[in-house]
Design a protein around this ligand. Structure first.
Ligand code: TXA
Ligand code: MG
Length: 318
């Protein structure tokens, strides 16, 4: 029998309860500025195993560890010069750095899924910062969706897929950014593994040079979890649709009257990112067989939006 999932408010009491559950090895979904995460104590093998079980996540796909600040991060990973520069510039924020794990990092092995590296992030969301301080532990946290589905940007989205499978969700309302963090590997070379909420242009401006952006394929995902088909809604998705009659539902961007839903009538990419996953879920729930999506410019947050749309549109295995 599954137990009922508690919904906790983003009050001092709610945050304290979430911290208590995490310290007891339970699963708690948490808000962040990007998307909701599914949290557990990253040091406890049982708690980390429970994340994989609740999500139905392959054990080959490693987890991001959330910590309160750069100092806590450097207890887990060795950051080379580029890593330090990026951390100083963009933490706390929507940036995840993949770097070599310290031998004394103290993480449950499943977090790294066999890799010598760990993905670490210092988030900016004030409720998550308060939770990290109250729980006082490194927080393993993939996005709080069933594996392969669209990431959640509200507590309701989390409950839709994980109710009864997790102890609690800490509800702080919708996530302001709406797409996952940008992932950069800082190892021998510095590489973009996943475009996300922090624009690539900001990263390149900080480093003073372009970095390689490896476009993943089914055969060679740039991050272990970056398979071509991911973020899948039930509906078939078509990108760059300019004639809305091609599809049952039309997800618009920019001015134009005939959209079923419009990601941003004014053509603002930040607004579009914050609406993306919610609108995909809404159109899916309405039972449309196909969703056409207007062209999204490939600049700024448009890189992350188009990346998620390409995965949602990709042919699915099975
Ligand atoms: O915004 C976000 O990043 C959210 C919030 C909750 O922090 N988290 C998130 O986690 O999107 P997840 O697990 O859904 O995506 C993390 C990605 C996966 O594709 C995983 O394969 C990759 O990061 N990753 C984790 N550890 C890695 C590592 N050591 N090397 C390469 N990729 C790694
Ligand atoms: Mg995910």
């Amino acid at each position: 029998m599954s137990k009922a999932t508690e919904t906790l408010q983003d009050t001092p009491d709610g945050i304290a309860r979430a911290a208590e559950l995490l310290r007891a090895g339970q699963l708690v979904a948490f808000p962040s500025e990007t998307v909701y995460g599914l949290g557990a104590d990253a040091r406890r093998p049982d708690a980390v195993a429970a994340i994989f079980a609740a999500k139905g996540r392959p054990s080959t796909n490693p987890l991001i560890v959330h910590v309160r600040d750069l100092e806590a991060a450097t207890r887990i990973v060795d950051l080379p010069a580029d890593g330090h520069a990026l951390a100083q510039a963009f933490w706390p924020g929507a940036l995840t750095l993949v770097a070599r794990a310290r031998p004394d990092a103290g993480l449950a092995p499943a977090v790294q899924a066999g890799h010598p590296t760990v993905a670490v992030r210092v988030p900016a969301h004030p409720v998550l910062q308060a939770l990290l301080r109250a729980a006082d532990l490194p927080l393993a946290g993939p996005s709080a969706n069933r594996s392969g589905r669209v990431s959640p940007t509200s507590a309701e989205h989390v409950l839709d897929e994980l109710s009864g499978r997790i102890a609690a969700v800490l509800d702080a309302g919708p996530c302001p950014v709406g797409v996952e963090s940008t992932i950069v590997a800082v190892e021998e070379t510095t590489r973009l593994l996943r475009p996300g909420g922090l624009p690539l242009s900001a990263i390149e401006a900080c480093l003073g040079r372009p970095i390689t952006a490896h476009v993943p394929t089914t055969d060679s995902p740039s991050a272990p979890g970056q398979f071509a088909s991911h973020y899948a809604p039930e509906a078939r998705l078509h990108m760059n649709v300019t004639d809305p009659s091609e599809a049952d539902a039309f997800l618009g961007f920019g001015p134009g009257a005939d959209a079923t839903l419009n990601l941003s009538p004014s053509g603002d990419l930040a607004e579009a990112a914050s609406n993306l996953f919610d609108f995909l879920r809404k159109l899916d729930a309405a039972g449309h067989a196909t969703i056409g999506v207007a062209p999204i410019p490939e600049t700024g947050l448009g890189l992350a939006i188009n990346d998620r749309l390409r995965r949602a549109a990709a042919p699915r295995p099975g």
